[in-house]
Ligand binder design. Structure first.
Ligand SMILES: *Cc1c(COP(=O)(O)O)cnc(C)c1O
Length: 423
């Protein structure tokens, strides 16, 4: 049963209701370890499912192009105020539809086509929107990319510095999608200052850890900060751009009218709710538990012979190089999924294999932490992962089915926010 319930979907559109139910059950029965995913609270679900979706509000509070903003204006202002207080920034724009458009708005605000942008390359752990060639950010801008050191698996700050001094990018992006270690915001800030670049911290993955005090904050180092709201921050799908007062007007103009039309007010409401939740002591406990779980899982995986990029983790994310296990990322991820352990295959730095069939596996602990699992469960999770990978190599579907059953049995004792089996 869904919470909030969805009886009208069931009667109006049984086909869609069935798929929604099947997805909810899937989320209930699997240990979800994709590091960009989570379970949002019922309050966030409720806010996102309201009649606020009916309203158009192009513009910003007090400066709209449509009438009837008596309640949307204070709502958007509350969301922005909460973001500013939580992250300690002068300004927050809560309108970007998602993380990629938020980054595109940054390009529109500060770069002209052909200008140089520097970011971490995708196969090294960056994001598409940090200048990867297939992305508009790599096609319409001149992109120079840094990576990690081969010996440590950590961001190569010497390369960042050399590249910035040589290429003189207008904008430097730090942050990414597969970085298991703390991002050194002060070091990036120094390089940006030395080379006259604008530093943008994309904290999409770690926003919840920063809000909860489990990762250092870029505030005071990066004048512009972009983030999604749906990863560790545990809000609805959406994004925010935060900045110093100096850059507020340029960023607002880039989001609207530069890139987007009307904001998604139901999402704004849900973001506001998530930000209020993130300011609570329980959220701090969650953020620290996410990291404690990731460290415990990393240690247990190493004990079972898994090779972790950079040798471990400081945050919510673990990147595994499966080469030593004699299996590629994709068949491993597929077998793990059948075993009730949801992960995603991923490139590892200097991967000799192709991106659609890479050597690695990316996992993380935000969703399983929200579900209520703690350090004591991590050795069992690592054992299941090891057994599932061995079973995949031996094509032992019976063993994989046995693990899926054990995972279901464990999770039956951990209620899922938003859905419960039965009725
Ligand atoms: C997830 C992510 C994004 C993109 O977010 P979408 O909402 O999927 O567009 C951008 N940057 C980083 C670092 C991310 O991890």
């Amino acid at each position: 049963m869904h919470q909030p319930p969805v009886p009208h979907v069931a009667s109006t559109d049984p086909e869609i209701a069935e798929l929604i139910n099947a997805e909810a059950r899937r989320q209930f029965e699997k240990i979800r370890m994709i590091p960009s995913e989570n379970y949002v609270s019922v309050a966030v679900l409720e806010a996102a499912g309201t009649v606020l979706t009916n309203k158009y509000s192009e513009g910003y509070p007090g400066r709209r192009y449509y009438e009837g903003q008596q309640f949307i204006d204070p709502l958007e202002k509350l969301a922005a105020d909460r973001a500013q207080a939580l992250f300690g920034v002068d300004h927050a724009n809560v309108q970007p539809y998602s993380g990629s458009p938020a980054n595109l708005a940054v390009y529109l605000a500060f770069l002209a086509p052909g200008d140089t942008v520097m970011g971490m390359s995708l196969p090294m752990g960056g994001h598409l929107s940090h200048g990867w060639p297939v992305s508009v950010t790599g096609k319409w801008f001149r992109s120079v990319q840094y990576g990690v050191r081969a010996d440590t698996g950590r961001v190569d700050m010497d390369e960042v510095s050399d590249l910035a001094h040589r290429e003189r990018p207008r904008v430097i992006y730090c942050g990414g999608t597969a970085i298991p270690r703390t991002i050194d915001f002060p070091a990036f800030a120094e390089i940006a200052a030395d080379t006259g670049a604008l530093l943008v911290a994309d904290i999409a993955h770690i926003a919840g850890l920063i809000a909860g005090g489990a990762h250092p904050s870029p505030a005071g180092y990066a004048p512009v900060i972009t983030t999604t709201t749906h990863k560790t921050l545990r809000g609805p799908r959406g994004a925010m751009i935060m900045s110093t007062a100096e850059h507020a007007a340029a960023l607002d103009k880039a989001v609207f009218p530069g890139l987007q039309g009307g904001p998604h007010n139901h999402t704004t409401a849900a973001i506001a709710v998530a930000l209020r939740e993130a300011a609570r002591p329980e959220f701090r406990a969650y953020a620290h538990q996410v990291v404690a779980n990731a460290k415990a899982l990393a240690a247990a995986l190493i004990e079972r012979g898994f090779d972790l990029v950079s040798g471990g983790t400081d945050n919510h994310l673990i990147l595994i190089d499966l080469t030593a296990k004699g299996i590629a990322g994709k068949p491993a991820a597929k077998a793990l999924d059948r075993a009730g352990l949801e992960t995603n295959y991923n490139t590892v730095p200097f991967d000799p294999r192709k991106p659609f069939d890479p050597s690695g596996l990316r996992i993380g602990t935000p969703a399983l932490t929200t579900r209520g699992l703690t350090e004591q469960h991590m050795p069992q999770v690592a054992t299941w992962m090891d057994e599932a990978v061995s079973a995949a190599l031996k094509e032992d579907e019976a063993a994989i089915g046995r693990i899926a059953g054990e995972v279901r049995d464990l999770l039956a004792g951990f209620p899922m926010v938003g859905w419960a089996p039965g009725s």
